[in-house]
Design a protein around this ligand. Structure first.
Ligand code: ADP
Length: 166
């Protein structure tokens, strides 16, 4: 049977319970799931690429009974080139509110023009996790709000430490 390789790309700055929810779902529908951590020099990240990758790897190892077919790879440049090099069959994206739709709709259309063989599949997190975004987690935490229920515990401590240092 054909092996399906899925690529779930994003910034993951840092990984949230929303991302994890999508990872759990995606890992069930593909044979191999690659989490692609975008380097993107133009974006200002709180966590550098190694930190973001390490935080994801830590969660994969904590949840290894549920997600054993998943690995993390950092990438630079065009997503579709990376997907082609990996021989990925599908790109996984998470959909939150309607606000994600416009951007995702355009990106999927453009990507399909670049390579029509690679399908984009959208997944939705559970109701509890749908509204979580890394950006808001960072903003709320910076203002001393409680973000414990939005991110894994290990990420919470790293985030607190990072924000106290800055
Ligand atoms: P963010 O917008 O949180 O910085 P990323 O660029 O890391 O997110 O997002 C990677 C992918 O994960 C995108 O497809 C994004 O829509 C999806 N995603 C992020 N948070 C959630 C969530 N809470 N529920 C569903 N999908 C999500």
């Amino acid at each position: 049977m054909k092996q399906i390789i899925g690529l779930y790309p994003g910034s993951f700055d840092p990984i949230t319970n929303g991302h994890l929810d999508i990872i759990f779902r995606a890992s069930k529908i593909v044979n191999t799931l690659i989490i692609g951590v975008a380097i993107n020099e133009k974006k200002k990240h709180l966590f550098d690429m190694t930190e973001r990758t390490n935080l994801i790897n830590e969660q994969l190892s904590i949840n290894k009974t549920k997600i054993s077919n998943t690995k993390v790879i950092a990438f630079n440049g065009l997503l579709m080139n990376f997907a082609q090099n990996l021989k990925a069959n599908i790109i996984i994206r998470g959909l939150r509110a309607v606000s994600d739709f416009d951007y995702e709709f355009q990106m999927t259309g453009m990507n399909a023009r670049l390579n029509s063989e690679i399908e984009t599949v959208f997944l939705m997190a559970s109701e509890k996790h749908q509204f979580i975004s890394s950006r808001f987690v960072k903003e709320i935490c910076m203002l001393d709000g409680d973000v414990k229920s939005f991110i894994p515990e290990e990420v919470f401590y790293k985030l607190k430490k990072k924000l106290n240092k800055n």
